[in-house]
Design a protein around this ligand. Structure first.
Ligand SMILES: C[S@@+](CC[C@H](N)C(=O)[O-])C[C@H]1O[C@@H](n2cnc3c(N)ncnc32)[C@H](O)[C@@H]1O
Length: 374
């Protein structure tokens, strides 16, 4: 059976998840900031048991280890990840009981429950993200925290449109290493327009363009629905939520309610398309329509890559016009960027023009959400 991530990474012999940690302090600042947005103060981790799924290169685990957990178990199915994580965590190996296990996460079993379960960058595009999440959640102690990441077609629309450019610029028929090199050069102006990018450019191309993205995406709303009744939402990054409930009313049914977090997601979805702006909330039904449209574009771009069924430029152009109408911000930079992209589709004669506006359009790609087990 096909194994998302593992098959692709093993075949290419890569772990495309290195973070720039040349300045360790900056790396730790970023991780601390993320944990705090997720409602996890550093002292919560000290003396607690931690389980991490899919550590990749282990650089994020370095921060977690620095917080002094009582024990730290990491599970990854890629041999190179296990080796690299072992090397990266070696400074902590004498102080903390660290277990690094090479195993398919879905096959991993233990009776032990953990205070903190981390699963970053690997649930969306699994074959069945909801049951993968169920498995991950099964290791949390009551009162413990689970952290996962989500992606939806709205937050990813800029990436999906880049995949479309890449398909014509240097398609899957090209030898993979040549493709990676060419596309890394092609997208350079786009990377330069994204302040704070801490990933290697070639690895971004591997993970976001060349990676087949096997299974479906998995949105915050889908994750919340999957755990409803057994977990409540602790935090998110970006923190899109408003919770104005009076704590004295968070009792009985309300004590296990996740509906506020889910509604906030729908009210704010249009702010996930362009990371530069936070827009006023809007009606849920407008954002449901927006997601239907981005889902459709995603399916067709993905379908073209998977089955070769053409997504004609004229069709994408029409879909983008509709998308712009649904975003409903005619003078915004996102609309200008999508309009520029549409013109490029209409004028395409074998080469793409320079994208002045679209190169700077980056969405909120992957979001984090943390849950507390009831
Ligand atoms: C995209 S990387 C994320 C790495 C890191 N957590 C991060 O966020 O930078 C996904 C990692 O999960 C591992 N992985 C994905 N699916 C897995 C599975 N079913 N079993 C074991 N490991 C898996 C991959 O080998 C890889 O190391």
């Amino acid at each position: 059976m096909i194994k998302p991530f593992i098959d692709f990474y093993t075949k290419l012999d890569v772990i495309p998840t290195h973070q720039d940690i040349s300045n360790l302090r900056t790396h730790f600042d970023r991780r601390r900031g993320l944990y705090i947005q997720l409602g996890i103060p550093p002292l919560f981790v000290k003396g607690r048991s931690v389980l991490e799924f899919g550590p990749g290169t282990g650089q994020n685990a370095l921060f977690t280890a620095s917080l002094g957990p009582s024990d730290y178990t990491l599970v990854d199915g890629n041999k190179r990840s296990v080796e690299k994580t072992t090397e990266v965590l070696s400074p902590y190996a004498k102080r903390i009981p660290i277990k690094i296990i090479k195993k398919d996460i879905l096959q991993y079993r233990t009776k032990k429950k953990f205070d903190l379960v981390l699963c970053e960058g690997l649930i969306p595009t699994q074959l069945d993200p909801a049951s993968f999440l169920e498995h991950v959640c099964s290791f949390a102690s009551p009162g413990g925290v689970v952290v996962i990441t989500c992606m939806d077609s709205a937050s990813l629309i800029s990436e999906v449109l880049r995949r479309y450019l890449a398909f014509y610029e240097c398609g899957p028929e090209v030898e993979v290493n040549e493709r990676i090199a060419k596309l890394t050069a092609f997208f350079k102006p786009h990377f330069e327009a994204l302040p704070g990018m801490s990933r290697r450019h070639d690895e971004w191309v591997i993970d976001n363009i060349v990676h087949p993205w096997t299974g479906p995406l998995f949105s915050i709303a889908q994750a919340i629905e999957a755990v409803a009744g057994r977990f409540v939402v602790l935090g998110a990054s970006p923190n899109y939520m408003n919770d104005w409930r009076w704590y004295k009313k968070i009792i009985e049914k309300e004590a296990s309610s996740v509906s506020g977090a889910e509604e906030s997601y729908w009210h704010n979805l249009h702010s996930f398309i362009d990371h530069r702006f936070v827009l006023p909330q809007r009606e849920i039904k407008s954002n449901r329509r927006l997601l239907q449209m981005t889902d459709r574009i995603y399916q067709r771009v993905h379908g073209q890559e998977k089955t070769g069924k053409k997504y004609a430029m004229a069709d994408l152009s029409r879909d983008l016009k509709e998308l712009n109408a649904l975003i409903d911000l005619p003078k915004s930079r996102v609309s200008v960027a999508l309009e520029e992209y549409r013109k490029a589709l209409e004028g395409y004669r074998g080469t793409w023009p320079k994208f002045r506006e679209f190169s700077a359009l980056w969405g909120r790609g992957q979001q984090y959400i943390s849950f507390v087990k009831l």
